[in-house]
Design a protein around this ligand. Structure first.
Ligand SMILES: [Zn+2]
Length: 356
């Protein structure tokens, strides 16, 4: 388990502008009646993790103002620095690494360094470690907060161990559990938690926030991220454009009936990228094609409306719908393709067939 701070897009544990009202209502009821296990859920990329981190700050703050963290007391400083003794973050090792934090679990050894890829699951050892921590007294005599995400990444053993903890809730302990896929969480875990649904902001508010974060033309990124502002910010920081360069070339090629020839070449590029990423791009593009087939505006890549419109009229509705279902299946197995190049090529060829 890592006690490192949460490297997020906002370096402070404060609520994002569109979360302030929800947070005030939620925390304003006073700490004494506060439930001990919360499920924070909503669309991916809208700032749920940031919300949970800010909530932890508010619960741990020793001089809260209207229920919110003061940002100045020792507890607030420790949380920001990632060393509050009554705060724990539980996340898969792969997530910790991606966020720039340390890997969970035991100290690094030669054996662990040599070992396989970091786990994408929350493991039983991490929950056991939590159990040990929770049986000790709190350091500051106040609340203890566990931030766990994504909740759907618990493996079955870890989920059962967590369930036991929630069935006999430790005193003065709050679990903040975050997920964008509550349907993939053990129902018994759901039934032990209070739900707090979190929403995306209105497009205007999201645009204004992205501008304030230094994104010059936020509209395209916001669209590509399905109106989820935190995801749009991450995209804008990594890429110049809201879509990868290969996407317009691929859509135009398909529209000209050159998909088969292009697929082999493009697969050579895509095999070097994480499959989950290019599959997500294809999935958004296919959604746009389907909207256009129904006379609607493309939602994710409005800047590519011309290319996707031409292709949409070339594709059959039924084959495209079948390909969309196929993509959803591919996304489920995308973390472990046996042969990245063949996997990409087979997916692209299948898409080419819809426009043949
Ligand atoms: Zn404080």
């Amino acid at each position: 388990m890592s006690d490192a701070g949460l490297p997020t897009d906002t370096p402070e544990p404060v609520f994002l502008p569109w979360q302030a009202a929800t947070a005030a209502a939620w925390l304003g009821g006073g700490r004494e009646r506060f439930a001990h296990a919360w499920l924070l859920h909503g669309q991916a990329g809208i700032g749920k993790r940031q919300f949970a981190w800010a909530a932890a700050a508010s619960l741990l703050c020793e001089q809260p103002r209207h229920g919110l963290a003061c940002g100045e007391c020792p507890a607030c400083r420790w949380l920001r620095q990632g060393n509050h003794p009554d705060f724990r973050v539980v996340r898969p090792d792969a997530v910790a690494l991606a966020e720039g934090g340390q890997e969970a679990g035991e100290p690094e050894t030669d054996a662990s360094r040599a070992k396989k890829t970091p786990s994408r699951e929350i493991r039983i050892e991490q929950v056991r470690e939590l159990e040990r921590w929770i049986t000790t007294a709190t350091h500051r005599g106040g609340w203890r907060v566990v931030l766990l995400y994504p909740l759907h990444s618990l493996n079955p053993y870890a989920a059962n161990a967590l369930l036991k903890m929630l069935e006999e809730p430790p005193a003065h302990t709050v679990f903040l559990m975050v997920t964008d896929a509550p349907d993939r969480v053990l129902p018994t875990l759901l039934s032990r938690s209070r739900r707090l649904p979190l929403a995306a902001p209105e497009p205007d508010e999201a645009q204004a926030w992205l501008e304030s974060m230094g994104v010059a033309e936020p509209g395209g990124f916001l669209a590509a991220a399905g109106q989820a502002p935190v995801a749009a910010l991450a995209m804008a920081r990594q890429h110049d454009k809201a879509w990868p360069e290969w996407l317009p070339l691929w859509l135009e090629g398909l529209g000209r009936g050159q998909g088969r020839a292009l697929a082999a070449r493009l697969a050579g590029d895509l095999e070097k990228q994480p499959a989950t990423e290019w599959l997500a791009v294809l999935q958004r593009a296919v959604c746009d094609l389907q909207w256009q087939q129904n006379g609607l505006e493309p939602r994710y890549y409005p800047g590519l409306a011309q290319a996707s419109g031409a292709l949409a009229s070339r594709c059959g509705k039924v084959p495209l719908a079948e390909f969309s279902r196929h993509l959803a299946q591919q996304i489920r197995i995308a973390n472990h393709p046996l042969n990245a190049r063949l996997f990409a090529q087979a997916t692209l060829l299948r898409m080419a067939e819809t426009a043949a």
